[in-house]
Ligand binder design. Sequence first.
Ligand SMILES: [Fe+2]
Ligand SMILES: [Fe+2]
Length: 220
Amino acid sequence: MAAMSMNMVIHRAFRRDLERFLDALASFRDGDRARADQLGTAWDNFDAQLTDHHEGEHAIAWPAMESIGVSKQLLATFDEEHDRMAEALAATRGAMATFRTTATAADASAARSAMANLQTITVAHLDHEEQEIEPIYLQPMYQQRIAHGTRGFPWTGGLWHGEVSYERGICPVTERLYESDLLLFDVCRVPLTTRDVDDVADAFEKVIQNLDRLRALDGE
Ligand SMILES: [Fe+2]
Ligand SMILES: [Fe+2]
């Protein structure tokens, strides 16, 4: 489940960036071409990251989750939500392209409407994904106590007679690490190359070397 901690970090970045786009588009000054271009560049990056994230989940995370007991039905629901997100992304992509070309306040406003719709759809999906798959004992299999069949096996069926709790809060330190303090991901695996791994190490070093600047930016 290490990949899911990375999932939380990525989700937070998406939520943060959507808010930033809404703020930036709301305060856009008519005709400010340089600003429209900056926002267009930021959008291209966001668009690529969100597309890559949900397509990667479908191709890599869903099969891994299915193998540990997450239901096919839930994964199909996630895919439907991804499809709605992809539609909203396409609409926003078009609106942002127009805005970048014209740099008018009217097109900034149209792009903001598309972005607000994208935010609603995306945040609802991110919330849903987190509720269902993090942490492991809050997954439906444990909450509904059905791992196999329809009758609650193996909690029922006479093989086991104990009592167990799967309530949120039973592992507060683990939950805190999982939700905010610990960052784990599988960096040493195919198809990543040594150069990809070096890129990740460089990114960590870059952040660490610029912590003061980043903290200052956060306060702006
Ligand atoms: Fe995700
Ligand atoms: Fe997702």
